[in-house]
Design a protein around this ligand. Structure first.
Ligand code: PRP
Length: 213
């Protein structure tokens, strides 16, 4: 793996490698695939949220009062349909007050270009920090389209969480949006002629939802 730019964070953890290896396997069934996605999404989100803003919070324990801390940023979770849906619940478990804003994007099979089909972002009132979740970052087209949409909404800070990425996709997103932190579990070297990540894991949307590709 080449040296990565400072905005690129590759989680280095035995459990990530363990679950990712099972996720990649063609033998992994949809129910197992969804479970591995959930585990990896939690581990990614744990890393990606380590710099959230906090504020002091008074709490009374069974023994005394003390000053604790709570998260103060307003956080938006932005799954890219369809495959990003599998990452929503585990991240919401960690940040239960997050807003969830779905973006519908699919990659045209002929051109590999992203096609928008769903967005309901309200005018005004953007969140302080958006976490885009999508298991796959291939050419980067879908992620860049999502970033553009969120910037137009007015989100000041955006992070991208993908389980698996191609180096081409990382480079494309970094060039289009150098300030965006990209958190991934692994970087694969290649995109094949069909713009699929190799070795990759196949099509995450189809494997999550058990739909024939
Ligand atoms: C996949 C994946 C990403 C996109 C990545 O979605 O989940 O959204 O492709 O490719 P890119 O980086 O080249 O844009 P897909 O279009 O297969 O839709 P799906 O999740 O509905 O299956």
């Amino acid at each position: 793996m080449p040296d990565q730019k400072p905005n690129v964070h590759v989680v280095d953890h035995p459990l990530v490698r363990h679950h990712l290896t099972h996720l990649r396997s063609r033998e992994t069934t949809p129910i197992q695939f969804r479970a591995h996605v959930r585990r990896l999404a939690s581990l990614l989100a744990y890393e990606a949220t380590q710099d959230l803003d906090e504020e002091p919070f008074e709490v009374t324990t069974p023994l005394t009062r003390m000053t604790g801390s709570v998260v103060s940023s307003s956080l938006g979770l932005v799954p890219i349909l369809r495959a990003g849906l599998g990452m929503v619940e585990p991240v919401l478990d960690l940040v239960p007050d997050a807003q969830v804003w779905h973006l519908g994007l699919y990659r045209d099979e002929e051109t590999a270009q992203p096609v928008h089909y769903y967005s309901k972002l309200p005018p005004g009132q953007p969140v302080d920090l958006a976490l885009i979740v999508d298991p796959m970052l291939a050419t980067g087209g879908s992620a860049i389209a999502a970033l553009t949409t969120l910037k137009e909404w007015g989100v000041p800070r955006i992070k991208l969480l993908s389980i698996i990425a191609a180096q081409d996709g990382i480079d494309a997103v970094s060039e289009a949006s150098p300030e965006t932190d990209i958190h991934v579990c692994a970087v694969d070297a290649e995109l094949n002629a069909d713009k699929f990540i190799v070795p990759g894991l196949g099509d995450a949307g189809d494997r999550t939802f058990n739909t024939p590709g």
